[in-house]
Structure formats: C-alpha cells, structure tokens
Ligand binder design. Structure first.
Ligand code: GDP
Ligand code: IMO
Ligand code: MG
Length: 438
C-alpha cells in the first residue's frame, strides 16, 4: 500500500529453456492489466499471439499491444535493434494494430549496432568445449557485453545527444580493430553510413522514447495494474541457468526488478509457465531430450520450430528437477501448463523426478554444465489419455489420465496450476477457477 492505494504487479516467467507460450498467457492476462512491460532480452524472443484466427509473432513489442487501452512499455533492461523494432512496428500497424499511442521505449535501453551482429557470428563458434551456444544471431550477447563494458555502449537516449556522431566514429574505429583481430573478412564498418542510418531510426523512434522507470513508478503508485512479460526462460538465465549455454540477461524471476525498474516488493504475483514437456533450441545439455521417434512426434504435433530462427527445437520429457529449481528460483506462485494437447496421442508419458549423478540420486539441479551433461534422468511413467482434448472447456472435462498428469506436475513443483492450455487459440485455455465454477 502506498498512500492508501494497492500497488500490484504480476510477472510471467518461462520456467524452461524458452518458448513456453508466454505470448499467449500475456495476451490473456492483459485483460486484467493497464500496462504490459518487456524488461529484458531483445529480438531473440519470439512470442506468438493468436487472436481472431490471426497469428502475430512479436519480438520486442509486448504481447499486450492488441488492447488499445493498455500501455505497452519496453523497459531499460532490453537491448534493441532499431531497424528490427521499426519493422515490427510497421508490420503491426499494417495489420491494423494501434501502436503509436500505446508504445513507450526506455531511453535507458541499449542499442544493437551492425558490429554486434558480426561479433555474434564470429564468437559463437568458440564456446565451451567446442560446442557453440547456438545463439539467435541477433547481436544480443555482444550488445549486453558492451553494456557491462560501458565504454563502447550506446543507449537509446544517447542517440539524441549532440555527440552521437562522434560516439559512433569512436566506437566504429575500435570495433573495426576488434573485428579485424577476430578474423572478420569484408569491408570495414563505415561510421558515416551507420550514423546516418541510426540517426534516421532515432528520429522515427523519437515519439516513443521516455523515462519508463519514472513512468512505471508513477503508474504503480497511482494503483495501475502492471504486467511484466519475461522473455526466454529461467534455464537460460545468465547467472542461474545452464551457463554458458544461456542468454545474456537475467531471464528468471530474479531479473524482473533490474530490467524493469519495478521494486521487487511491488511484484505481488509470479506466474510460471511450462510446457507439458520440454524443448530447447540451441546448444547445451538437455537431460530429458528424446533424440528419437518420441522427440520427433512431439516436434511434429507441437510444431516445434523456432519462432525467430525456424530451427527445429530439441524435444523431450517434462523435467521436474529443472522446473522445480526454476519455480523456486523465480518465486513462482502459480503455474500455467501449456501445449498439453501435444501429448494426447502418446500411450505413456514420462516425467523426470530425479537425476542420478555418479551413482547418487539427486533432486537439486546441478550448477555446473559438465555435471548436467553427466546426469542420468530417473523417470516416473504415467499412462497417456489418447483422446483429443483441444476442445476441452473445463479442467474437469479433461480425461482422468490428463488430470493425473497435471496433478503430478503440480505436486512435484509444489505449486497450484492456475491455467491449462490445449491449443494456440485464446479459447483453448482453461482457468482453475472455471473448473470450480467460480
Ligand atoms: P513464447 O516465446 O514463450 O511466447 O512461445 P512461442 O510463441 O515461441 O512458442 C509457443 C508456440 O506454441 C506458439 O506457436 C503458440 O501459438 C503455440 N501454442 C501456445 N499454446 C499452445 C497450446 O496449448 N497447444 C498448442 N498445440 N500450441 C500452443
Ligand atoms: P522466447 O522469449 C528459446 C536461446 C538461443 C540460444 C541461447 C542464446 O521466445 O522464449 P541469444 O541469441 O539470446 O544469445 O541465444 O538462448 N534463446 C531462446 N530460446 N526462446 C527464446 O526466447 C530464446 N532467446 C534466446 O536459442 O540457445
Ligand atoms: Mg518464443
């Protein structure tokens, strides 16, 4: 409470390796909120929203954009490529989405430049143990690296300062030297061309740019309801994920405040999103991966191809060790279990409930990637339901075995399931209170 008003913010966090269908849930929850905020990551994210039979794929613009009365904010923890953001804005406006009046960009957000793409391409090959991270090649890691390094970084607000041209000249000179040493071929980067292009982007983006930290604090203190949209998933968190096979921001619940500028104590609800199974796109260990007919079946039924890169996603069983870890790490209150329909044809299902490491049974998620590579999953087998569920309207309508499967996930993660999704459409969603008739 601040001056008699209730301060309330809800956050949506993916609990696996991304693509848990956060876009769908954020779009649904937007109905109960006034402001929706993206606060970390960048155009490595691809959030899908299906509305009125139309599919929208969002990279930077918050998934609340479809409700004109809702303000959408891209906060300071995000890294943005102005050209791709403008492309996204134009694409949405071209499809009739109202955007000019309800999008706001933080002047603190860091800007991605052409050298970041080059660095992403040159450095991803040289990662741990020879395995590439398999980044989305959107310049995300290199831009965050410059943010932390400070001297070669540019924030959105810097593009409107009188020394912007000289900053670009200085940085491009340093970057040309660095890229040369990294073995980049081709022409050196031309600072004049880059300045002109970015000056043009800056002018187009000017109406959206604001101090979003001040805006959000004012809004919260005035009792407006804020929804924070996590990108990626908690297992990709730079500090707490499967390092180095992670992204470059804090994508678990611990990153919300730093990225958004919203104090942790104002966040009143954390919603954790999981798929009913597990997927991963890119490199790194994945204990429950099914590199076999089952994985292929899940990929086909779930259309598991990257929203951003179209890469086939690696598919496997639900890993309750990993999801329990990220549920606790992110301080999750309730769960949304997505894509349950994808499992409908399988005669039996497995859930990983523990790992075996060096002959010992463990239930804590290993902190070192080498240990995670060596774990052997211990599975519990549950009967499937082999029934179409995409039309289910209430949780009680689901086959008994589907309900048992959900109960098991809820028990293992020690959290209630609030939402179950059985298809991409908004109508293919069940809320726990509906099942109880409330
Ligand atoms: P995000 O990055 O977490 O927003 O997830 P993505 O959009 O990358 O991937 C989720 C995909 O699953 C999208 O294509 C959604 O349209 C789709 N989807 C969402 N919920 C369901 C569901 O319950 N069942 C099925 N079959 N697909 C779903
Ligand atoms: P959404 O928000 C799935 C993965 C990449 C790679 C690693 C590092 O749609 O869930 P990066 O380009 O961030 O340096 O890549 O992280 N990755 C994602 N995987 N969903 C995402 O976003 C992802 N964003 C990054 O595949 O393994
Ligand atoms: Mg995605």
């Amino acid at each position: 409470m601040i001056e008699g008003r209730t301060v309330s913010a809800t956050c949506v966090i993916g609990l696996q390796w991304g693509d848990e269908a956060k876009g769908k849930i954020v779009d649904l929850l937007t109905e109960r909120h006034d402001i929706v905020v993206r606060y970390q990551g960048g155009a490595n994210a691809g959030h899908t929203v299906v509305r009125d039979g139309q599919t929208f794929k969002l990279s930077l613009v918050p998934s609340g954009i479809f409700r004109p009365e809702v303000q959408c904010v891209i906060a300071g923890g995000v890294v943005m490529n102005p050209a791709s953001l403008l492309g996204e804005i134009d694409g949405l406006a071209g499809r009739g989405v109202r955007i000019e009046k309800n999008l706001m960009l933080s002047d603190r957000a860091h800007v991605i430049f052409p050298w970041h793409f080059e660095e992403d391409r040159l450095l991803d090959q040289q990662c741990a143990g020879g395995e590439a991270i398999g980044t989305t090649m959107r310049g995300i890691g290199p831009c965050y690296r410059d943010k932390v390094g400070r001297s070669l970084a540019v924030r959105l607000g810097d593009m409107y300062r009188p020394d912007f041209r000289t900053r670009i000249e200085l940085i491009a000179k340093a970057k040309n030297e660095i890229l040369g040493r990294l073995g980049a071929g081709g022409e050196p980067l031309d600072p004049q061309k880059i300045f002109e292009a970015y000056h043009g982007y800056a002018e187009r983006l000017r109406p959206y740019v604001a101090d979003t930290t001040a805006y959000l604090l004012d809004a919260l203190e005035a009792g407006r309801r804020v929804l924070l949209e996590g990108a990626q998933g908690a297992l990709l968190d730079i500090d707490h994920g499967t390092f180095p096979f992670v992204t470059s921001s804090n994508s678990s619940g611990v990153g919300v405040s730093a990225g958004s500028g919203v104090p942790g104590r104002y966040i009143t609800k954390m919603v954790g999103i999981v798929k009913a199974y597990t997927t991963r796109v890119g490199g790194g260990p994945f204990p429950t991966e099914q590199d076999n007919d089952i994985g292929e079946h899940i990929r086909r039924c779930g259309n598991e191809y990257g929203t951003v890169t179209r890469r086939p996603r690696r598919c496997g069983w639900f890993d309750a060790v990993a999801a329990r870890y990220t549920t606790r790490l992110s301080g999750i209150d309730t769960l949304a279990v997505m894509l349950l329909d994808v499992l409908s044809e399988l005669p039996e299902l497995k859930i990983c409930t523990a790992y075996e490491l060096d002959g010992r049974r463990i239930t804590d998620f290993p902190s070192h990637v080498d240990d995670l590579r060596r774990v052997v999953p211990i599975y519990e087998t549950l009967p499937g339901w082999q029934q179409e569920i995409r039309g289910a309207q209430r949780l009680a309508d689901l086959p008994a075995n589907a309900q048992k499967y959900l109960d098991r996930i809820s028990t293992l993660l020690a959290r209630p399931i609030e939402v179950v999704s059985v298809g991409p459409d908004r109508r293919q969603t069940m809320f726990a209170e509906q099942a109880e008739g409330t």
